[in-house]
Each structure stands twice: as C-alpha cells, then as structure tokens.
Design a binder for this molecule. Structure first.
Ligand SMILES: *[C@@H]1O[C@H](CO)[C@@H](O)[C@H](O)[C@H]1NC(C)=O
Ligand SMILES: *[C@@H]1O[C@H](CO)[C@@H](O)[C@H](O)[C@H]1NC(C)=O
Ligand SMILES: *[C@@H]1O[C@H](CO)[C@@H](O)[C@H](O)[C@H]1NC(C)=O
Ligand SMILES: [Cu+2]
Length: 347
C-alpha cells in the first residue's frame, strides 16, 4: 500500500510537473546560500539593495484580490496572508515555506538584478547569552536590517503579550526605517500604510533559538515529529524554533509576531532560510529515507486526522501570482525538481 502510493505519487510528479519545475530539473550549478555574517559587506549591501528594489516594483496581484497591495514585495505578503490557515500546523508547512522563500529569492535575482543567493540567519550564534541578541550583525544599521523599535507599553495580562518584549514601535534605524508596510494587521489586505515595527524579546529568543533547541529538533526520527517540534505548540510556553524567531523579533506588536503578516519584515526570509537549512540538515543525515519522508495533516492542527488525511509527495503547493504551482515532491530536494540551491554549511 505504502509502496504503491509512493510510486503513484512519483508518476504523478513526473507527468504533471509544471514547465517551470521541468526547466530546473538539472541542477548543475546550484547557488550557495550563506549565513548573513559570512557575506562580505558589499554582498550584504547588494542583498539589501535588491530588497529595496522589490519594495518599489509594481505588483502583480489584481486589486480585487488584495486592494492594498502596492508593490511586488506585497504580492508575497498577500499570498502568505491568503493561505495563513492552510500553511501552518500542517504537513506541508516546511515544503511550502521552502518554495515560498526560493520564489522570493528568484524574484530578487530575476526582477531586481541580485546575483547572490538568499542569505540565512543562524540565530544560534546570537542568543547565548540572550543579551547578545540585540548586537547581532543582522541588526546592523548599515550592513544589516536595522534594529528594534522603541518600547511601547502593553497590558502584560494580555494573552498575546510575549514574555520579555522590549520594543513595539517603528524601526528606528537601518535601510527599512522608512519602509511602508501595507498588508495586515492580521488578515486585512485592504491596505493600511504604516511603519515597520519590531518588538525584540531577547529572553524569548534565548529560550527557543539556542543550539540546544535546534539539536533537540534535529534528534527527531521522522518527519511527522520533526515538523511538529519545529513549529511547537501555538503557545509561548511551548514554542519551537519557528516561533522563537517570529516572537523573538516581532514580540507582540512587531510584524514578525503576526502569523499572517510576518513576511512584511524582510528578516522573515533569513529566518525561514535558516529553518529550511535545518530541515535540509535533518534530511541530509539519512537522505535515502528523508528525501521522501513527508507526513502531517492536510488541515490545520488535524494531527489525529479527524478532518482529513496526511500530506503526500503529490500534495499541491501554491504561491499564488508569484510562481507556477508545484507539488510537495518538487521541493523535497533543494538540488532538484523546482529548486537549485545548496547551503554553505549544514547545522
Ligand atoms: C527616513 O526618513 C527620515 C525623515 O524623513 C529621514 O531623516 C531618514 O534619513 C530616513 N531614513 C532612511 C534610512 O531613509
Ligand atoms: C535551551 O536553553 C534555554 C536557555 O538556557 C532554556 O530556556 C531552554 O529550556 C532549553 N531548551 C531545551 C529544549 O533544552
Ligand atoms: C499521519 O502522519 C503521522 C505522522 O506525522 C502518523 O503518525 C499518522 O499515522 C499518519 N496518519 C495517516 C492517516 O496516515
Ligand atoms: Cu508562514
């Protein structure tokens, strides 16, 4: 049964794969994704310049779909918002975000003249001790993404109050100081122009982004548990590395802490590239098994399969206007199918 399903899905992949996926089938010269601090200062500036470019390029999303979309960058945010409840706490959480990040990387390269690969942020380098968090090179005002916003009081008894939050206001320095966020908050795509906010919690980052949590994540023996440990429970008391990055940076009031709207902060893509690298590192430990190991619910939080079955290699992935649809099997290997990149280092 298992074998025939697997063969069926392979057949499915090879017969209906999209032209885009087919054109990338041979991956002889993968681009190499590197950690932010291992790029030269010029390479960091090249990346930041490409982000400034996509922030002002005209959008592709039709106005009746998301009236507030004002730039090509927003196409990605609106796509994430539209699918929020079908791409988190599901089996295809990691495959979807892998494809989404690669498609963003492709847009920077093909539409904004960027010649490098998507960088990643290895937060384990910045959280021991947690006081180091604010000094990370990723927050540099010139060769990074700028830092925190000023502190804004919130009600600490609010269940959404992230423990240890220290900011909440508009980012005060760096290249995204004057960036206009239009999508969100939450599911709202009508257009709410405002500043980019961050609400750092060094405490939260220290608790979930240390090497110990990544090592625990990598010790899971199958994909079903691996992805559940990456996502953690939707609670501040039992987050995983995914929530660690989102709430460590976005806290309560920052874009990164908004499940829908988090791609509005350009650091989103460096966080997700690192999650992807950790998944790749896990796959690499047992490629024969793990390049095909996929499971987990089709429907959000449906871990007992009450509403439906599990995701398979044939399950569809859509990133909306940004690229052709693919299937999970097209993104299991970063050097094949719809993808063609590698990481400089495994975790
Ligand atoms: C942001 O806008 C303010 C006020 O117009 C200006 O002083 C500052 O230099 C701008 N910062 C960037 C990074 O463009
Ligand atoms: C990892 O270390 C942090 C900081 O000491 C701690 O709060 C957390 O509970 C540890 N987590 C695991 C899974 O070991
Ligand atoms: C779905 O996947 C989980 C592991 O992620 C597994 O334990 C469960 O048995 C699977 N359910 C079905 C219906 O195959
Ligand atoms: Cu997401």
């Amino acid at each position: 049964m298992k074998t025939s399903l697997f063969l069926a899905s392979l057949l499915f992949v090879s017969t209906i794969a999209t032209p885009a996926a087919l054109s990338h089938r041979s991956c002889n010269k993968p681009i190499v994704r590197r950690e932010w601090r291992r790029l030269s200062a010029d390479e960091r500036l090249d990346y930041l310049t490409a982000v400034q470019c996509i922030l002002i390029k005209p959008p592709l999303t039709p106005t009746d779909v998301a009236p507030g979309v004002g730039a090509r960058y927003d196409d990605f945010v609106a796509t994430h918002i539209a699918q929020t409840f079908s791409i988190h706490y599901v089996g295809h959480f990691l495959p979807w975000h892998r494809y989404f990040t690669a498609v963003y990387e492709k847009a920077l390269r093909e539409e904004c003249g960027y010649t490098g690969a998507q960088p990643y942020w290895d937060w384990t380098l910045d959280v021991t001790p947690s006081s180091k968090f604010v000094q990370s090179p990723v927050w540099d005002p010139v060769t990074g993404f700028g830092g925190n916003g000023p502190f804004i009081e919130t009600d600490p008894s609010d269940p959404f109050s992230v423990p240890g939050r220290t900011g909440g206001g508009c980012v005060e320095d760096g290249p995204f100081q004057n960036m206009t966020v239009r999508m969100g908050p939450g599911a709202d795509v009508s257009g709410n122009p405002r500043c980019l906010s961050r609400d750092f919690s060094p405490y939260f980052a220290g608790r979930y982004l240390g090497k110990n949590v990544t090592d625990y994540t990598l010790s899971q023996s199958n994909f079903g548990w691996f992805t559940r440990v990456v996502e953690g429970a939707p609670s501040f008391d039992a987050s995983g590395i995914h929530g660690g990055g989102h709430f460590g940076v976005g806290g309560t009031l920052g874009e990164m802490g908004d499940l829908y709207n988090s791609p509005s902060d350009p650091i989103f893509y460096l966080h997700h590239a690192n999650l992807d690298r950790i998944w790749w590192s896990w796959q690499h430990e047992d490629p024969v098994q793990r390049l095909n190991d996929i499971s987990g619910p089709i429907f959000i939080m449906d871990y007992d399969n009450v509403q439906g079955g599990n995701v398979t290699l044939a399950s569809p992935l859509s990133v909306g206007v940004n690229a052709p649809d693919v299937v999970v099997g097209d993104v299991m290997n970063i050097r094949g199918g719809a993808l063609c990149y590698v990481y400089d280092r495994l975790h």
